[in-house]
Design a protein around this ligand. Structure first.
Ligand code: FMN
Length: 274
């Protein structure tokens, strides 16, 4: 059901809903690498002198007054943890019938960082507006969706492999993980680049997550690695789907020795069934 919304109706969030969101932000699960992540619900009107509600996002977001702003303490794997938890927040908000949009680039980072009192040890990798989606998508939203190809996703054979990168997964290989892999495919990613590649081990249910970077993309924003955030998002979708289908497991560091690995494929983590 989730898709990015950049135009919002003027209907405000009522107090009870704001409290539910606040409670959700305080009761998030542990992220896979146990990073230090926190989120806050921020009323943009209070932070931009009530004036230009469009200002804080370069005009990308229209009509939203509230934002969820997240900060994470700088550390290895902080971006994956942030992506994982913020996507849990976004799916929770979707469940409440609210519209959201991951913003990792088009927002005034320092102003939003100030709005939650981020310290020098923290970084604000991304934010999302939250509110009721407008009845129609605005022109900016439509242009961004068109240029990112937001409706489409990569084919299964491009994303999922068996026992190494030389064998694209076929339907029969995918069967034990069908829902979880579908959930990964549907996940949002920066510029819709979908940098995740998953390698399934045969017979034991282990799934290895790799990042294949899009050229030049790691240099766009210095302090924030958007494609590592994407990896955290994929892990969130995978784990939630596994939990939904009562297939428990955990994240572990088990870098495999496969053929076809290169400096382009960065190992992130493995899902190990229990
Ligand atoms: C980490 C991350 C950063 C993003 N940053 C922006 C952004 O700065 N501005 C924007 O308009 N959309 C941004 N997006 C939204 C993506 O363009 C969008 O998720 C993708 O095109 C897929 O479309 P969908 O979310 O509607 O499925 C970002 C998404 C992710 C996951």
């Amino acid at each position: 059901m989730r898709s990015s919304h950049r135009s919002f109706s003027s209907r405000p969030l009522d107090k009870a809903l704001m409290e539910r969101i606040g409670a959700m932000l305080k009761n998030l699960p542990f992220p896979p690498f146990s990073g230090n992540v926190r989120f806050d619900l921020v009323d943009a009107a209070g932070h931009f002198d009530g004036a230009p509600r469009r200002l804080g996002t370069y005009g990308v977001i229209r009509g939203a007054r509230c934002f969820i702003v997240g900060a994470v303490r700088k550390a290895p794997r902080a971006m994956e943890d942030f992506g994982y938890l913020m996507e849990a927040v976004i799916l929770g908000l979707t469940d409440l019938g609210l519209g959201t949009c991951w913003l990792g680039g088009t927002f005034y980072r320092s102003e939003f960082a100030r709005s939650i009192g981020a310290t020098d040890e923290e970084v604000v990798p991304a934010i999302t507006p939250v509110g009721y989606p407008a009845a129609n998508r605005g022109i900016t939203d439509r242009i961004i969706r068109w240029s990112a190809g937001s409706k489409k996703r990569r084919a299964m054979e491009e994303l999922f492999f068996v026992s190494g990168f030389s064998r694209p997964a076929e339907k029969a290989d995918i069967k034990p993980h069908a829902e979880a892999l579908d959930a990964v495919r549907m996940a949002p990613s920066a510029s819709n680049l979908q940098p995740w590649r998953l390698v399934l081990e045969e017979n034991n249910g282990i799934v290895h997550f790799f990042l294949v970077r899009s050229r030049g993309y790691d240099r766009i924003i210095r302090a924030v690695d958007l494609q590592r955030i994407d990896m955290g998002i994929a892990m969130c979708h995978f784990e939630m789907s596994k939990r939904d289908t009562a297939a428990p497991g955990r994240w572990d560091e088990r870098p495999p020795c496969f053929s076809g690995l290169s400096e382009k494929t960065e190992y992130i983590a493995s899902w190990v069934p229990e």
